[in-house]
Design a protein around this ligand. Sequence first.
Ligand SMILES: O=P(O)(O)OC[C@H]1O[C@](O)(COP(=O)(O)O)[C@@H](O)[C@@H]1O
Ligand SMILES: [Mg+2]
Ligand SMILES: [Mg+2]
Length: 338
Amino acid sequence: MASETLAKLESMNTDTMTVARFVLEEQKANPHATGSFTILLQSILTAIKAVSQAVRRAGFAQLHGKVGVTNVQGEEVAKLDVLANDMFVNMLKSSFEVGLMISEEDESVIEVDLKHQGRYIVCFDPLDGSSNIDCLVSIGSIFSIFKRETADPVNQNEVLKPGSTMIAAGYALYGNATMVVLTSGNGVNGFTLDPSIGEFILTNPNIQIKPKGKIFSINEGYAAFWEESVTKYIHKCKFPESGSPMNARYVGSMVADVHRTLVYGGIFLYPANKKSPKGKLRYLYEAAPMAFIIEQAGGKATTGKKRILDVVPENIHDRVPVVLGSTQDVDEYLSFCV
Ligand SMILES: O=P(O)(O)OC[C@H]1O[C@](O)(COP(=O)(O)O)[C@@H](O)[C@@H]1O
Ligand SMILES: [Mg+2]
Ligand SMILES: [Mg+2]
């Protein structure tokens, strides 16, 4: 569908193709569409615009630092984590399209009162890369969208299913510019926020990742705890038998590291290690949405043992090892895992 939509868009003057128009064209191309997905996406984009505005003020005292509590992950919560979480929850609730929500910042599922319930489930990391907030390094937001398969009262187990059942995923990168990267299962498109008009404009249609890249991205601070396969693979990246070594990049914000991998190619790894046997990244609102986007862009995403989108999470904050990026680089990593 997206390819027809894109072909149709290319025949129009797309210089200022807003995300709203793009989503509407997708909706028109789908005979079963009711418009509720479009409304849901619009509410997420509004939350992202509000978070983007706040992030641009991250240096000021009222948005700097921690709130003095730890979240269900055992992490100290930053003021921007709380603000971003409130913006996502409020915008999603007022869309009337959501049945339940799962946020990194909330221990249990966020329920929506019965009369405002909708047929979607949204899982989100309202602010990704929290350790980089106070030093003003790129951060982001990540979300996944599932469709409810039942009209019964909601329960959290509804979402303990493989990521392959996701209907859409996206992330926002709050970097030099604010960009939203989206997929609804028909390719990946990037929209840049034009602050002068407050609109997301289609700037990167049909993003395709390179089959092979020159960059590897991993936190080498954990090298002492790595499994042998990781140690061997990273050694090969640095000391290849032939050709030149790969370049190393690591921001420490998953959104920034994955976005660079999507745009430049290469591989991002947050594998399991002896200290964290399931790695660190959370399945429903970090690993699975990013895996969906990378696969839709022609790349690969694995835990090292299986395709990330085939994993069934055990609980709403379950973690998985993450290795994703250019297909040839991920295949090379997997050849060390046998
Ligand atoms: O400091 P580490 O262990 O390398 O972890 C960095 C990872 O942790 C995260 O910051 C976790 O996400 P949150 O900031 O949303 O908790 C990822 O963005 C990033 O990839
Ligand atoms: Mg995160
Ligand atoms: Mg977060």
